[in-house]
Structure formats: structure tokens, C-alpha cells
Design a protein around this ligand. Sequence first.
Ligand SMILES: Cc1cc2nc3c(=O)[nH]c(=O)nc-3n(C[C@H](O)[C@H](O)[C@H](O)COP(=O)(O)O)c2cc1C
Length: 180
Amino acid sequence: MILEEIMKRRSGRAFSDKPVSDEMLESILEAGRWAPSCGNTQAWNFVVLREPDILTQAHDALSRGNAYAKAAPIMILLAAKEDGGCPAHGLPYFAMDVGLAVENMLLQTVHLGLLGHPTAGWNEAKLKELSGMREEYRIVTVIFIGFEGDLNILDERSREKEKAPRTRRELSEIVHWNSW
Ligand SMILES: Cc1cc2nc3c(=O)[nH]c(=O)nc-3n(C[C@H](O)[C@H](O)[C@H](O)COP(=O)(O)O)c2cc1C
């Protein structure tokens, strides 16, 4: 009953350096563009890094735990202006717009037989400087995209995480029927 891509998507770590075609990449970006957004503000911006020199510099901004991502041939910075979303409820809807675009992109990634991994472990200032991003923008997440490679390229800790089953809270814990 649930879309196959939703169930197959996982934040894998074993990337191969096999190149991703322009057509695949464009379809992932296009999938992001068609996400819903608050008042159709479409707060999202996608900064695609795939030149080897730029990627190498961007790798310096990654947290140690995200070192596995250096093997991915594509890194996308998802950024939005902090006040660029819908002003409703005083909530940061710019981040929700970006989140919805990210999930569309990740599902399209799965559809194409690729791995996509969203992250928060990086130095924002370094990535902003490297990409020439203006001050008023925030990087909400960075996603890594590529074909899946050999698990043996991972360090032991990442390999263990990779083998662990995906888990979620039960519906009975999070769904409140008619009242909380
Ligand atoms: C906003 C956000 C930040 C994340 N940051 C990281 C990260 O820095 N490093 C990492 O390896 N995974 C990161 N993840 C991936 C999550 O750990 C992963 O989605 C979660 O454990 C559920 O696993 P699944 O995506 O395989 O279902 C992040 C995910 C999200 C949505």
C-alpha cells in the first residue's frame, strides 16, 4: 500500500564514485522544484557541487562522522533565506519548504536506483564561503547523492550503522485519534 520508493529509501553511506548522468541529476532537481511550499513561496535554493576541486574543498567542512560522504560524486547544499518563507504562526516555514523539496529529491534518487543521504554535520560558514552564498541565506541541509558502492570502503563504525535495520516509532505512539 505504501509507495515503493518510500520504503526503499534509506540514508546509505557506501557511495561509489561512478558518475551520475546529467539527466539523472536534472530529474532529481526537478523533483525538488515540484514540492509543495507555504503560499508557494518556494524558499528553496539548490547549490550543486560536483567539480572535483570544489568537492575536495567542501569535504573540509564535513564533520568527522560524515567522512563517508567524501566518496559521493554529488553534494547539494539546500539553502533558503531565513525570512524567505511564509510568515504564518511565526514558524520557520522556510525550513519546511526545503524539507519537502529534500524528500522529493530523495524519493526521485531512490526511483533512479541511487543513494541519497541528508545531513546536518558540516560547518555552515565554510560551505557558505566556498559556494559564495550570500549572508542572509542559511544552509538547512546538505544531501549527498551517488550510486551505491562496496560496503568494505566504510570504516567499521559506518559499516555497523549501515547494517542496522531502519526503525521508527510505532503509529500507536504518534497518532492521536480524535483527541491527544
Ligand atoms: C535534518 C537531517 C540531518 C541529518 N544529519 C545527518 C548527518 O549529519 N550524518 C548522517 O550520517 N546522517 C544524517 N541524517 C540521516 C539520519 O540519521 C537518518 O535519516 C535517520 O537515521 C533515519 O534513517 P533512514 O534515513 O535510513 O531511514 C540526517 C537526516 C536529517 C533529516
